[in-house]
Design a protein around this ligand. Structure first.
Ligand code: UGA
Length: 448
């Protein structure tokens, strides 16, 4: 099929590359001409495991065609995915990019007299956005030519986006009519026998996406709330408490006497909190939707409140260990919001650094994926950026781990002693092996 992608960000480019590798002819447009040039040069503008190689292939084979001209994209295709950003502005979802891209496409559709062009929303939009915002624009301008509208959310995790796209557990297709649904099913035909197709209306599809992200962020905040309780009870380890929960047979099932634990158990670990461009933004947008519609959602509110306290929890623990942080050298290990990505958006490490700066400390930072300071525009200038674990630990009074990078798994007390003034480390992700550390040198939040 000949398809368009509007927006060559993380979602759009991943979707475009993957669809092109499934033998569709995909045109990709972005307002940012530099980005399109980069893609033409076969350079992925962000890091995502495995994607660079496929980008090279699909550009060489001309299955993915970077395009600066929207009219041309519409002319060449029968439908397009809208993959523009839906950021948060004043605690509400900002739909500016959605409305402006829809308006531009409408103009191109009219320009090309394209009949029944299909518009597929891949961006995350709050319930009723299709009905109240997008459909009226399309109806007003395209009633003569006809059109189709669908909401087909993505469920890609940064760091495993390629695998998530190629091995989906579901494809959710919310559409305005049967014809549009059939069009989208054909796009994803490759997966027909491999995963569940959930065919529904536009509004349900919008809500399914939020429900997914709210659920997983709720698990993280739930774990952190249990950790808050456990830290007041002497001798309780919240990691053990949550592990016991996971072994409940309603979570961990037994098949042929073999225990099967779903990977949601990794969201049931207390720590420094969730970040990224999705969980915080999407829970906030759903909460705002509820507030605007007079729906009481104390649980959604609590997810964010609990999470916003987590970076400070790391600092409070450091203070309880060292007495005061004043003039101490603090090492920050991991800046990205999770491993296998170079994404710093809503990173708990950056939140903690902003709080630490007010405490008159010396801060050194290191992240295995950050190879140059250019990427670190958001980082306060007071931070000393290091490019090795050895450097970041040198002469340090305490190390705080914010990202579950595999590189940090190698840490142990002997290593810390070689470089640190005081070989003490706080594991904000609960993944370091306590057996490798001397008693009193590895700390986790939530333990009394
Ligand atoms: C999230 C969802 O998981 C995807 O299904 C969704 O498509 C995406 O948002 C989106 O809306 O576009 P992502 O933000 O990449 O994907 O990351 P996750 O791996 O779910 O991590 C989110 C946060 O939870 C991170 O801060 C991470 O450190 C934390 N996390 C993640 C955990 O605490 N434990 C985990 O096991 C995984």
């Amino acid at each position: 099929m000949r398809l368009g992608i509007i927006g060559a960000g993380y979602v759009g480019l991943t979707t475009g590359i993957c669809l092109a590798s499934l033998e569709h002819e995909v045109y990709i447009f972005d307002m940012n001409k530099d980005k399109i040039e980069k893609i033409k040069d076969k350079k992925l503008p962000f890091y995502e495991k495995g994607l660079q190689e496929i980008l090279e292939n699909v550009i060489s084979s001309r299955d993915l065609i970077p395009e600066n001209n929207l009219d041309n994209l519409v002319k060449q295709t029968d439908g397009c995915f809208i993959c523009v950003g839906t950021p948060t502005k004043n605690n509400s979802i900002d739909l500016t990019q959605i409305t402006s891209s829809i308006k531009s496409i409408v103009e191109s559709i009219k320009q090309n007299s394209k009949k029944d062009y299909k518009i597929i929303i891949r961006s995350t939009i709050v319930p009723n956005t299709s009905k109240n915002v997008i459909l009226p624009i399309l109806e007003q301008s395209l009633s003569d030519l006809g059109f189709g509208l669908a909401v087909v959310p993505e469920f890609l995790r940064e760091g495993s986006a390629l695998d998530d796209f190629m091995n989906p557990d579901k494809i959710v297709i919310g559409s305005m009519n049967h014809e549009t649904e059939s069009f989208v099913k054909e796009v994803f035909d490759h997966f027909q026998n491999e995963c569940e197709f959930i065919e529904t209306n536009l509004e349900s599809s919008e809500l399914i996406k939020y429900t997914n992200n709210a659920f997983f962020s709720m698990l993280i905040s739930f774990s952190n709330e249990i950790a808050n309780v456990s830290e007041t009870i002497s001798g309780v380890d919240p990691y053990q408490v949550l592990k016991a929960l996971v072994s409940d047979k309603r979570i961990t099932t037994k098949i042929d006497n073999k225990k099967i634990t779903p990977s949601l158990d990794s969201y049931l670990i207390p720590g420094c909190g969730f970040g990224g461009s999705c969980f915080p933004k999407d829970v906030q947008a759903l909460l705002d939707y509820a507030n605007n519609n007079n729906i009481s959602t104390p649980l959604l509110k609590a997810i964010l409140e609990i999470n916003s306290e987590r970076p400070n929890k790391m600092i409070l623990l450091a203070e309880s260990i060292l007495g005061t942080l004043k003039n101490k050298k603090i090492s920050i290990l991991g800046l990205t919001f999770k491993p296998d990505t170079d994404d710093l958006r809503s990173s708990p490490a950056l939140d903690a650094i902003r709080l630490l700066i007010k405490k008159d400390v010396k801060i050194s930072v290191f992240d295995p994926i950050i190879k140059s300071k250019i990427k670190l525009k958001e980082l306060p200038e007071q931070c000393n950026v290091c490019f090795s674990i050895e450097d970041v630990l040198t002469d340090s009074d305490i190390a705080l781990v914010f990202t579950k990078w595999k590189e940090f798994k190698l840490l142990n007390s002997d290593f810390l002693k070689k470089f640190m003034k005081n070989p003490v480390i706080i594991d904000g992700r609960g993944f370091l092996n306590s057996e490798k550390f001397d008693p009193g040198s590895l700390f986790r939040i939530g333990r009394s």
